[in-house]
Design a protein around this ligand. Structure first.
Ligand SMILES: [Zn+2]
Length: 124
């Protein structure tokens, strides 16, 4: 029914009284919100494709020249994010299991979730 309501408004809008103009402004505002939401949705899909592409090709021996810089910058940024997350955990007095990602006190010797030995994972 919304389609016919809008069709009605369009036909009536030839006259454009004050009330109609207010409704037009309101309709445009709503449409702009919907447009923004759809644009954000498309951006999210682009990002998902990009992330999948990065994961698929990050270990390729040869990376396309026009993508090499972005691959490098993404890798650097991800490493920096990991470093900063570890810093936050350290400040909170916590650590993260390198095997399963569970959080626990920094002093813990074993992961309470998966049992991995912490702080010395190379002994596994
Ligand atoms: Zn664990």
């Amino acid at each position: 029914m919304e389609f016919f309501d809008k069709l009605g408004e369009t036909i009536v809008s030839a006259g454009k009284d004050v009330g109609q103009k207010a409704r037009d402004v309101s309709e445009i505002a709503k449409l702009r919100i919907d447009i923004r939401a759809k644009e954000e949705y498309v951006q999210e899909q682009y990002a998902a494709i990009g992330a999948a592409y990065y994961e698929k090709h990050k270990n390729d021996e040869v990376i396309e020249a026009d993508e090499a810089e972005q691959f490098y910058l993404i890798g650097e940024a991800l490493a920096e994010i990991a470093r900063m997350k570890a810093e936050v955990l350290k400040i909170k007095g916590a650590s993260e299991c390198p095997r399963c990602g569970a959080r626990m006190p920094e002093a813990a010797t074993f992961c309470s979730e998966c049992g991995a030995k912490l702080n010395d994972i190379f002994e596994e």
